[in-house]
Design a protein. Sequence first.
Length: 644
Amino acid sequence: MKTKFRFLRMKHYCSYLVVLMFLSVCGMSASAQNASGQKIQVVPMPVKEKVNAGAFTLTSDVKIIIPDGNKEVETTAQLFSEQVSASTGLSLKKIGSAGTNGKSIRLILNKVQNNAIGTEGYVLNVKPSGITINANKPAGLFYGVQTLIQLLPSETGQGGKINSKSWNIPCTEITDYPRFGWRGLMLDVSRHFFTKEFVKRYIDQMAKYKMNVFHWHLTDNQGWRIEIKGLPELTRVGAWRVPRTGRFWTFEAPQPGEKATDGGYYTQEDIKEVVSYAQKRFVTIVPEVDVPGHSLAFIASYPEASCTHVKYAVNAGFPHGDEDLVLCVGNEDNFKKLETIFSEVAALFPGKYIHIGGDEANKDNWKKCPLCQKRMKDEGLKNEEQLQSYFIKRMEKILASKGKKLIGWDEILEGGLSPDATVMSWRGVEGGIAAAKEGHYAVMSPGQYCYINSMQGELNIEKVYAGGPTIRISDVYNYEPVPDGVDSKYILGGQGNLWGEFVTSPRLAEYMTWPRAFALSEIFWTPKEKKDWNSFVPRMEAQLKRFEKEKVNYAPSVYDPAIVPVKDKDGNMQLTFKTELNDLEVYYTFDCTFPDNFSAKYQQKPIDIPTGASEIWATTYRNGKPIGRLLVIGINELKGRLGK
């Protein structure tokens, strides 16, 4: 899907430059600190924060006090207790509101609503004598708890052992609430299947940073991942393909007699388990069943669903050009199958939205198909774009009959938008603008900012396919979801998308997601006027410390050098370097030796290339210590870049 923005999976290259050394120099100035130097390093940045003198010391005798009888708050308190235990080794007990003796952390639901903070906001007050979190709704208490966890020192204990230091939380007053209601991440499990255990881990990670929509891309050309009891062939056939390893776009087609053994799917019991897990973390799951295009797994299961009626195999990589990937709109039986599918999907997912894809539907076979052409004639449709619109509108009626709302990629605008449809804008911001101008809601997810499967650093470090733009974390952070001239009430929010063609493992999925999802969380939560890159960086680094302890993978690309060839006044190529962080120094060599801080230092002006040099090697240092990975790039390759 969206192949012009998709890229190869990352390969970690071994180097003598140890990335993790940045941990010793993390924790620079934060957004706020008190006189004793205690720092507030929270992501996303709260709406209002004030740091006071003193600290609350967390010990094993601290109680968590919760409202009597509220199951959601009780669950939040239990999750909080588990997080504290994992971080500090301390075991905190939960008691009802009657138990008021001793130091405590109180989770309080407001009896009088605080209109300023809405349904997801909270007020957090840390004093030496105790901590209170007030909210109008349980979701607000959950997000207040996530902030409180981040106020703990990030140098947490390992293996359940408690550090000898005290667990001090700085005295703080925070009032906080989100800018947008839709703060999402999408995980594609069709191209490469991920277990339900990893899906839950992914949801857990995003919820900690106040993201509340998990878009689950469950079907595509390479696999059907959700059990539909009324159509068992979808998982018996469509969930499996022949095994392939290597570069996704080079995979050869299935060979005669080759068995399809790679894949998997989620049973309906699995789905229920994941949905329940997400609900406890106030994450809504938006399932996607991608139709009418991206339907090869559907068609492989039921060949009569395509215009050609040819029996295809589920493809292991990119389609090879001869498969029919699009459902036949003239075939009325397809709508019966879709009624069955969406009936079962709607029953599994309690959220109000179901995503139907609607993108990249190749219409060539529709033009040749007698059934599709008859449908167009019978319905008075002028072209195949209107035929697609007809299909989308029928999907909307099916979903409405199940009490659900339709959302789709911005191609659903073509041929006329369904009356109540919501648009997810991926081909830039234009789809969101067009939807808003027609009075429709939009979720902003433009590929040039929000496609977190994109390479995030230098090609020669990341070793991924450069089929589109590099999207660095600073690019993501600088994105503004509300386009100029658009009424913000129509912008529900936004999300990052992790497409799975080249994401082959859970470790790689985390690597591609973090730390760019930190930037996304701040974009979608924090007021626009409070965003500040220089403040964000140390707060981001504090979270990376936590990830080290939690064994969550992430990309260190923000510390790597980037090289930019330029021309001098005579047209000769010179070289310049860029870094995302201002406090990094770049050192380089032309003699194919490892650079260190005794090598030539980049002085912020173009470098001449010595005669005979074939490569340049470079890395970054901070405060005299290596921090970036090694960049090795050929001079001829740089000449090729300059010529583009």
